[in-house]
Design a protein around this ligand. Structure first.
Ligand code: 8YV
Length: 327
């Protein structure tokens, strides 16, 4: 039998995924949960046939340029590939794959959780209970807004956006969307979703805005200060995709000024460097990038990675290959 592929995984993964990888490949797994340093990443890219990074690894042109000819596949553990320079990888003959589909439902669930948490003031209720301050029920305490009947605008109507649409419709929300391309009529009809060619016009009319597009050069700061200002002051924004799509400082200013009613964020523009002012706000729910964090999802992401590597090893293109044209 030919030599087994050497595979380096940059983060600890769920045990069943690591066990399966040990069965199949000559795999190097992490000892602890810390992300790799740039030096460790560089070494992995010089020594392995396949690297399995996560969004914590910035695989830029510099790192790709110093990779050895041996490196053939970057099999990302995750759907978003904005941390990988896919163009440069392609120029070096290195394939990139991701794990779409298996985190759609979980991320859409988290989007709804954020919408409901912000509109129904869950964190304030929780804080009241935890502090022991609760004096009993009152007809006027902690009144939120009803989601049924409200307009939800989905920015990015791919798999996750459509899964959000389905859920929101079940909650009685009216679904609107903006996307680079309009959905096919039958899909649009299935979601009873109203298409807005103009993002500005959609933003100005929504009660809730959900960010569900990937981060690419053309979506960076799509929600910049000018567009955020178009939102109704009673409106709420949630983001479970990538922080870079929103100008976080502009959003923080507007939330403080009461120009936007609330926000639910699972992702941040500068990673863990969150604007401290954001943390002080009552009308904001912040989560530590938990959108796809389910036991099932994390295992299925691993299974996808393994299928991508196996298929490549068998001499075919990985089923979830990412090509620059898709971005
Ligand atoms: C994962 C994500 O936590 O898949 C994505 O794009 O943002 C998250 O669901 C992450 O990708 C792990 O690398």
């Amino acid at each position: 039998p030919s030599a087994r592929l050497s595979v380096v995984v940059t983060r600890r993964l769920p045990e069943p995924v690591e066990a399966r990888m040990r069965d199949l490949f000559d795999v190097t797994l992490r000892e602890d949960d810390a992300p790799m340093s740039r030096e460790e990443l560089a070494r992995a890219m010089r020594e392995a046939d396949v690297i399995v990074p996560t969004l914590s690894d910035r695989i830029d042109a510099g790192l790709i340029a110093q990779a050895s000819d041996r490196l053939k596949l970057i099999a990302n553990y995750g759907a978003g590939v904005d941390h990988i320079d896919v163009n440069t990888a392609r120029q070096h003959g290195i394939l990139v794959s991701n794990t779409p589909g298996v985190l759609t439902d979980d991320t859409a669930d988290m989007t709804m959780a954020l919408i409901l948490s912000v509109t129904r003031r869950l964190p304030e209720g929780l804080a009241r209970m935890q502090s022991g301050e609760w004096q009993g029920w009152s007809p006027t305490a902690l009144l939120g807004g009803r989601v049924a009947g409200r307009r939800l605008g989905i920015l990015g109507m791919g798999r996750i956006g459509q899964a959000v649409a389905k859920r929101a419709a079940a909650f009685g929300m009216q679904v609107h969307y903006h996307n680079r391309r309009r959905l096919r009529p039958e899909i649009e009809e299935e979601h009873e979703a109203t298409y807005w060619e103009s993002l500005d016009q959609m933003v100005a009319r929504m009660d809730v805005l959900s960010i569900n597009c990937p981060h690419t050069p053309s979506t960076f700061h799509l929600m910049n200060a000018r567009r955020l200002k178009l939102m109704k002051p009673e409106a709420v924004i949630v983001n479970t995709s990538r922080g870079e799509v929103i100008d976080e400082n502009a959003l923080t200013r507007m939330l403080r000024a009461g120009e936007i009613a609330g926000a639910g964020l699972d992702v941040y523009e500068h990673g863990t460097e969150i604007n401290p002012r954001l943390r002080e706000l009552k009308n904001v729910v912040l989560l530590p990038h938990m959108g796809s964090a389910t036991v099932e999802g994390r295992i299925e992401m691993g299974e996808k990675v393994i299928i991508n590597i196996k298929t490549f090893d068998d001499g075919h293109r990985p089923p979830d290959q990412v090509v620059p044209a898709m971005l």
